[in-house]
Ligand binder design. Structure first.
Ligand code: SF4
Ligand code: SF4
Length: 373
């Protein structure tokens, strides 16, 4: 039976964080079971973009440093890395701003770039490129951040493995798999190839609203850990008040028997999701995509769309233009201009915008439905 370990952490202060994380790890078989002396362990945070820890876009550095401490306690040697979506002025700036450089320097942990070296593999008929580091280690400990996601509804344990894909290929997969369903299948393919051995989720401050880059920090006060990423994501959805099976990556991974998506079949030896569930949790305005069966939304696609809308926060930095997989944007004057016919509604532009300058425009039908959900 899958087990998920949930403990309360009131803040990122070491005095609160360390007991919570260690309680989860000591209640599981992390020490001596999953992580054993002499192992080389890759620690994989979510470093989506160059933002400070308080923005809640990235895994908090104190969660990473506590996990590193635990790996060392188990007698293993950690190193850390990720492939962020947005690297404007180079990885060193991103590592510094997200606080990773400081904690890794203090702990003597090597930070690696996933952009350097990748291998090609195949899953379910598709070619996929992943960082060599995913197979240059004895174990992977994933340290995701609990966030909403305008395209996939939520991001947690399964989606964190998308960071194993080097930057250039990530954009390509969005274009190759533009529908939520096919993109979620691709995410599960990647997860299936590079499955973390253990996961410690930063849900102290999560993100609600238009995550993963433009949402609002939300206090949940929890660490959610375990070996089964599918069960962890089902638990995170329950904490956010979302039916776990509405998160397609969780549903697909459950159907493929890669873990347990049924909350009734998950054991919670410490706290249960409802013990840490906040009174309210705002889901993205794109929730409509997840409410309709894929075949219906495809059928209605001419009349049913949600597209980016640019507001006055725009600083004309051009990041969204550069990252749009469909090349549907170009900078015109002080704002990007959208070629609507090219837009695949992936919301990558909103994900990477550093200024919360991108909202949504719904078609009349989408607006009608969304207001009734
Ligand atoms: S919308 Fe955001 S990412 Fe795009 S140009 Fe403006 S500030 Fe930059
Ligand atoms: S404009 Fe935005 S939503 Fe449309 S394809 Fe480009 S990145 Fe995706």
């Amino acid at each position: 039976m899958s087990e998920v370990f949930i403990a309360k952490a009131g803040s990122y202060d070491e005095k609160e964080l360390e007991p919570a994380i260690f309680k989860c790890l000591e209640s599981s078989d992390f020490f001596g079971g999953v992580i054993r002396p002499g192992m080389k362990v890759l620690v994989k945070p979510n470093l989506l973009s160059c933002r400070e820890p308080d923005a809640c876009v990235t895994t908090h550095p104190n969660v990473l440093s506590t996990v590193v401490k635990a790996i060392r306690k188990a007698g293993a040697e950690p190193f850390a890395g990720d492939s962020p979506s947005v690297i404007k002025n180079g990885l060193p700036e991103l590592w510094e701003k997200t606080g990773m450089l400081d904690v890794c320097r203090k702990a003597g942990v090597r930070l690696v770039s996933f952009e350097e070296d990748a291998f090609e593999t195949r899953k379910n008929g598709h070619s996929l490129w992943l960082t060599e580091y995913a197979r240059r280690c004895d174990a992977i400990v994933s340290v995701p951040k609990m966030k909403t996601h305008t395209f996939t509804l939520m991001t947690g344990a399964i989606k964190n493995t998308y960071g194993f894909v080097p930057g250039y290929a990530k954009t390509r997969y969005h274009k190759m798999f533009p529908a939520v369903e096919s993109f979620s299948e691709t995410l599960v393919n990647i997860f299936e190839i590079a499955r973390p051995h253990f996961t410690v989720t930063d849900a102290v401050f999560a993100m609600e609203g238009n995550g993963p880059g433009a949402g609002t920090p939300k206090f949940v006060g929890a660490i959610v850990a375990g070996r089964d990423c599918v069960a962890i994501d089902a638990s995170l959805a329950a904490i956010a008040g979302i039916n776990p099976l509405k998160v397609r990556t969780t549903r697909i991974a459950g159907e493929r028997n890669l873990g347990e998506s049924d909350l009734k079949k998950i054991r919670f030896p410490l706290l249960r999701p409802e013990d840490v569930k906040p009174a309210s949790f705002t889901v993205p305005k794109t929730k409509i995509y997840h409410a309709l069966p894929p075949a219906i939304s495809k059928l209605l696609s001419r009349f049913f769309w949600i597209r980016p809308d640019f507001n006055d926060n725009c600083a004309a930095c051009g990041i969204c233009v550069q990252k749009c997989p469909a090349k549907a944007l170009k900078l015109k004057g002080r704002k990007p201009e959208l070629a609507a016919a090219k837009c695949i509604e992936c919301f990558c532009c909103q994900e990477v915008c550093p200024n919360k300058a991108i909202g949504f425009r719904h078609s009349a039908l989408a607006n009608f439905i969304v207001n009734r959900l």
